[in-house]
Design a protein around this ligand. Sequence first.
Ligand code: ADP
Ligand code: MG
Length: 260
Amino acid sequence: MAAAPGHDARPTDSTTAGHPMVSLAAVNKHFGPLHVLKDISLTVQPREVIVVVGPSGSGKSTLCRAINRLEPIDSGDILIDGTPLPREGAALADLRADVGMVFQSFNLFAHRTILDNVTLAPMKVRKMKKAAAEAEAMALLKRVGIAEKANMYPAELSGGQQQRAAIARALAMHPKVMLFDEPTSALDPEMVSEVLDVMVSLAQEGMTMVVVTHEMGFARKAADRVIFMDAGQIVEQNTPAAFFESPQTERARSFLASVL
Ligand code: ADP
Ligand code: MG
């Protein structure tokens, strides 16, 4: 994946000195009686890659959605690049634009071409001119290896190509951090690596990333830290090598036994 001219995956350094890129302090979230995030505290440093693992229902997706306030929280604080995440309004839209998100289900606009999918938000939110947005979108599509698909519609692409388009779309906003929620779990097995390869390159280029995935190969290759969640709590965190070789809790051991 060649770096696109003028597009650096790294956040602008002037804004990142001295504080974490993402910081959660005592975050709580309930769905009715269900306590889904229990006093979650977590900091992600600039350029750090965090892999989040844990059983289904442990709160991984809710954590991702909380980080860009797709999901409101009940209590606690979330800061992006040192700025508290506002609860609503234009300031929230601005800050949310700093957080790129890639979902399991691609979420591309079905009735827009791939190129339009990538240019829409930069034109609308970042007020980019169409020609500039398209030039950058083409560079990003080239970077994720699907430039020749620019004028096609999502349904004309394979799942792996759609997911790479979704990554290009997120990168077009120049996010400070990228969140990935099980980005390969809806893909046919032969398409998993083409998406993971793009993510590994992003990590190597210094993008700050929070990745929910059970792809242990990706975790070993790209993660600085693995977070193990269970029942709404961060139960364990460690380097990938230490976590996989010597999990500290029974819960982590039985989880690893079930996925490896
Ligand atoms: P994970 O991504 O780890 O599988 P989720 O964050 O999706 O877990 O879900 C955590 C818990 O919250 C689960 O018990 C799930 O059923 C519940 N949950 C998630 N979203 C909602 C919702 N919108 N309304 C009610 N319960 C929800
Ligand atoms: Mg989930």
